[in-house]
Design a protein. Structure first.
Lengths: 338, 381, 338, 381
């Protein structure tokens, strides 16, 4: 179901970048709930390497905005323990590529504590991590492996593409009773500003958003790839009169199957755009879900426009690796012309 | 033992050499010269003894249940129950326990029922649905992963000014090789949390002996790497383990100015039996290795001590044996009457059942309806 | 391309279980190449908790069959280093559920050393791990998350279902210049015996095997699920006259797309059977690959018969979790009747 | 310094207290009383100095290239180049080096060319296609992950009886908190491998100071947890670093009966500048903190020492400065002329190109053909 960010009574807005909206969400929830604590590498005085936790240390002090030693498994394990003591920890992993040392704590524990204990214990933690390429970062700094987390039952996985969503989704994630992996498109951290409600509000962890309506093809994407996808959609509309519906998934687990399938029933054609390697990426899950539920509507193969099945190259070549508007456009046309 | 001033008089002078494990009882259960028994009442001492007896009987019964195919793989604790029972006696009710797959007795003493211990061994996860008034986590199977979590919970209590609550975290000698042991203890040192880390050094990690696990002389000395105190205790001496743990917990909650809260206790033990019922230790170690340790058996030692103190006699021993026996039998009956509901598979994965899980549950139910339960109990292989 | 195990000149065979075939492969390669070393927890005197390395310690000594400290990241990191020194390490992870502490070494290094160094360095290691459920094991001992490794470029992922394949695939894996995650179906370790060539031979890491021919539907599976799938195929043939083609993938990365798609072109219908949770599992990759390349042949939705999107339950319920013949059968019929 | 008998006379008596870093030069570059300079020829000493000068100039040039947008994020080494250069001087040609993103000078001294150092900073991975005769690994970016790998390679040499080959592994103070540091060093102790682990303790892990990283007093003392030797050295004293490293490497290759091969060296340094060019240290630390360290600057110290020895004068200094300057300029030109080939994306992922990668490469090539290269250089955001 498509749903825009829904501010509550407070109708004031600020013009924020995505990273400022993340900071605003943390500020808002830390103010509202003293059990919310932020921990991670360099999140304190330094305000995070991307400034996502800027000023929180000054505002809430070193007991609630905590620089940890350099150890990701320790960070996530600690967050689980904090949650068990009744707190609401928000752990930052500095880059998604550095979440792997914590993989065991995430997939063996955060995700399973509730089911293991038959509902007695749980791990309401948020693991924030900037993800994705395009900023000329060194090796390991451009990971986009959301499928790893989507494949693990018990986790929720969220990925905003706009400042207003970033705030509302992060607030919802902090309040969510289940562990959330919250992936922030660092390519969009400062890409643009948007009016973001000043007050507190949630964007539910359930609803995809239709960013552009169209009848010819459904294009599914999320996070940083939403922007080149929208550009491509405009291009094919202008140049070829092809109207693409762009669906921004926002929450990757659980998927909003209803919105995904409804859009496809309308268009009968689809493409999925993601940065992660194509093979066993989330594009496969979306394509398969669609054909499971709407194969009779299908007029063409569902196209995956994705990262190649290679490691992300060093930055001189990353623009070739990432799906660019031109690749997306080409994939849309191929699918529409099938 | 230097965890607390008041502790010093209780322990034997033997322990002044840092590497020698602290002891209170000699191998036969006599109080060592210069050592003092912990201030436990006679009732507490006898009750501790009863729990030791229960632990040992439980172990034997569980092993035999496994042989009969009535429970799955079981990790025995004979030889280690003295340390398990004693560490849990040192806990206050509000303190939290992080156990592994082997700490059956530690869990029981800290409030878990016998049936709840057995249920997971029958494949029933509601044994881990621990009651609200019992501060025990479900057992940790991935080695050492509990260490950072225990640290985190202790830190949470600390941040919430719950100074009366400590966390006690168990793990084995093998666990000290894992990254999570290191990360958890390093955090504990940095954040100075009210936690006690108990390494049940039973000399073996399945088939790997202690000296192939690490080249450090003792495990206690690893504490130096984290700026916290390390202490070695004779893990077959329940009174010494009790006292050392009690002092460490008390320091965790209420340290003096120059003390740091966390302690790493190396409880020096021996795994008399197999790693689990699936393991055959004769493949990798000499049978007679156990002998030296059996000479210091924790159950015998505490019994002898209690006989010496005049608080235990044969009548009471028989009474205890009988009580323990029927408690265990009753627990087994309760558990064997329990059944698993396939719907449990889908419950508590998330707080709210997501659509896809609802669909999958309905799909399974439809198949059960259509083909009957037998269709699901076919051996797969 | 379907291909049976191809023994070389030596035509003698032994009747072996799958785990014995694994041991035989290790023995064979260690004899042939003194650079092959085996390392892991309890692989030495104890011969491995499943006896997969039995007698190797006695035969090759403690320098080539090495019990390591209990640390999976250390084991895989060490194996990478050994490979860099010119050796051919075969690392055992005791159960697949304990591979996660080593996840970073696997996905950030083993898989990327070759591309990072532009071909100068590489990590020709094998990471063996028993995987899957059905043996009443404790929590974490029944993992089947092959998709995690398939999603990482640079890795190969292999999963045998028969003793003869186990030997030939493992020998090929040890000789392979790239890192291989070798998943052993422990449910089948001692399930049956089969004639296995005594000599040395490779089963190429490229070819799926057609285990049963049929025209009505293609059923793709691997490892332990091959057996219930074959049972289900026989059942539907007998009871309904439906002829299922059963394709055992054997190598999960890279996939044998040709065999997969060729079979589908013939049948026009497909199901995928796996133990792993359905969402973002390998079933999605296979279904998507098929519709990308053969959508015009498709007569019905491709059915996923998979583990549920929940953690594996404790053993009292695992038979409900794992795809049983009855579920597979039902899925086949549903797809054929579509 | 106790790594080798012959080493003792070379170092100052200051170092008898275990926690005080070993020094040979005082803050001004004079030989300390009771200390002896390492047995390096005048040519070697001057060449070491030239490499220090090169390292410092390289750092300044790289920082300015980054500011001009000509290279990507760069991790400066000013203040730390003394230790980097000296550790690599202690290596023999056949020894292996595992560097991090900061060890530019260490890599250069062990044989990597200046252009190859710069290429990855320009996004070109062929800088990591290290020539066969240079025993250096591509830099490790995920913190501490090199430690078990270095241990594994050292073990491999050991198993192959290549006793003359040692492995030297660099990492930072922050890295000591990671599980991989622990697992790697523990393995090194157990398998007694010919490896030297150098912790470049520059007091900061980005914004986190050393005393928030761990509660242990020193990093060297963590060696006790692994049964290996730990030693602290003044990381701004190139001669002391050289000597300590040389002794550790020699012990790794050829230990006496009671010595263990591995050593953990804590090289006590200071990061004068930012963590990387993307970092602003003024946010989290006082500017004047650096002052005390700058007083002991490694370049100044070695220069003063060489002036004192009479092997360096202004003419030679100018010559060195000029040579270094043109070397660096030339390297920059070479690298800036280099181009990346999009086909590289698909190369060397596997030894043989799998079908799916061939298809993807062809797909990309078709798109490049159809839309031109400009279509791929659009800024994405
Ligand atoms: C991460 C992980 N790796 C491997 C295992 C398999 N395993 C179970 S118990 C065990 C040995 C544990 O030894 P130790 O820590 O000394 O505890 P003990 O069993 O002796 O009580 C191993 C290797 C596991 N459970 N978790
Ligand atoms: C596993 C991992 N986590 C986080 C990072 C991000 N990061 C890069 S450098 C750094 C600090 C490293 O500190 P230290 O080990 O002291 O080395 P230094 O940079 O001071 O030389 C961090 C946190 C990383 N590269 N790898
Ligand atoms: Mg043990
Ligand atoms: Mg540092």
């Amino acid at each position: 179901m498509s749903s825009a960010a829904t501010p509550d009574s407070d109708r004031r807005t600020d013009s924020l970048t995505l990273v400022e909206a993340v900071q605003d969400a943390l500020y808002t929830e830390m103010t509202a709930d003293e059990n919310v604590v932020v921990l991670g590498e360099d999140v304190g005085e330094n305000g995070g390497v991307f400034r996502a936790t800027e000023a929180l240390y000054e505002e809430f002090g070193g007991d609630r905005v905590v620089d940890t030693p350099l150890a990701e498994s320790g960070i996530v394990g600690t967050a689980i323990g904090l949650a068990l003591s009744g707190m609401r920890p928000v752990a930052e992993i500095q880059f998604m590529g550095f979440a792997y040392p914590a993989f065991d704590q995430i997939v063996s524990h955060a995700s399973r504590l509730r089911s293991r204990s038959h509902g007695k214990y749980s791990a309401p933690i948020v693991i924030r991590a900037p993800y994705g390429g395009g900023i000329r970062a060194p090796e390991h700094h451009s990971e986009s492996k959301e499928a790893f987390f989507v494949h693990e039952p018990g986790l929720k996985v969220v990925c905003p593409s706009t400042p207003a969503d970033a705030k509302g989704l992060l607030i919802a994630s902090v309040r969510d009773p289940d562990p959330v992996v919250f992936l922030e498109p660092k390519l969009l951290y400062r890409a643009f500003r948007e009016d973001v409600p000043t007050g507190s509000y949630e964007v539910p962890l359930a609803d995809a958003a239709i960013r552009r309506e169209g009848e010819d093809i459904s294009v599914y994407t999320w996070g940083a790839m939403t922007r080149p996808t929208l550009i491509a959609a405009e291009n094919v509309a202008e140049e070829y009169g092809v109207e693409a519906e762009v669906v921004d998934l926002r929450t990757l687990s659980p998927l909003d199957v209803e919105t995904i399938v409804d859009s496809f029933r309308k268009t009968g054609r689809a493409a999925v755009v993601h940065e992660a390697p194509k093979t066993a990426g989330l594009g496969a899950e979306i394509a398969t879900t669609i054909q499971e539920r709407a194969v009779c509507y299908q007029k063409a193969p569902i196209k995956r426009i994705a990262g190649f099945d290679t490691p992300m190259p060093l930055h001189a070549l990353e623009d070739y690796y990432l799906p660019q508007a031109v690749r997306i456009q080409d994939g849309i046309l191929e699918t529409v012309d099938f | 033992m230097s965890t607390q001033n008041e502790a010093d008089p209780h322990v034997s002078s033997e322990s002044t050499q840092r590497d020698e494990p602290i002891r209170i009882l000699d191998d036969d259960g006599n109080l060592l010269p210069n050592a003092e028994a912990p201030s436990l009442s006679d009732e507490q001492l006898v009750s501790m003894y009863e729990d030791l007896v229960l632990a040992r009987q439980f172990d034997q019964r569980a092993i035999s249940l496994q042989r009969q195919g009535r429970i799955a793989t079981y990790a025995p604790m004979t030889g280690q129950e003295g340390s398990q029972v004693a560490t849990s006696y040192a806990l206050e009710e509000q303190d939290w326990l992080f156990p592994t797959y082997r700490e059956h007795a530690a869990k029981y003493v800290h409030g878990m029922s016998l049936p709840s211990l057995l249920k997971p061994l029958c494949g029933l996860r509601d044994g881990y649905a621990i009651p609200d008034d019992v501060n025990v986590l479900p057992e940790y199977i991935p080695i050492a992963t509990q260490v950072p979590q225990a640290m985190g919970m202790a830190w949470g209590h600390h941040l919430q000014d719950r100074a009366d609550t400590a966390v006690l975290c168990h793990f084995g000698d093998g666990a000290t090789s894992e990254g999570d042991f290191h990360e958890g203890l390093n955090f504990a040192g940095v954040f100075d949390v009210p936690a006690v880390f108990v390494c049940n050094n039973n000399q073996w990690a399945i088939s790997v002996p202690r000296d192939q696990q690490t080249a450090s002389d003792t495990i206690a000395q690893k504490a130096a790497a984290y700026g916290i105190e390390g202490v070695r205790v004779d893990g077959l001496d329940p009174l010494a383990v009790y006292e050392v743990t009690r002092c460490a917990l008390s320091k965790a909650k209420n340290p003096t100015d120059d003390e740091r809260r966390p302690t790493l206790i190396e409880s020096v033990q021996y795994r008399y039996g197999a790693h689990t019922t699936a393991d055959d230790p004769s493949v990798y170690r000499e049978e007679d290795e156990a002998e030296a340790w059996r000479q210091k058996d924790p159950v015998d030692r505490l019994r002898n001590f209690l006989y010496g103190e005049g608080v235990l006699d044969e009548t009471l021993e028989d009474e205890i044996d009988d009580r323990v026996d029927s408690q265990i039998s009753e627990a087994i009956s309760t558990v064997e009457a329990a059944e698993a509901d396939p719907a449990h598979i889908f419950e508590h994965v998330y707080e709210e059942l997501p659509d896809r899980l609802r669909e999958q549950r309905d799909e399974l139910n439809a198949l059960r309806e259509k083909y009957g339960e037998e269709a699901f109990s076919e051996v797969l292989e």
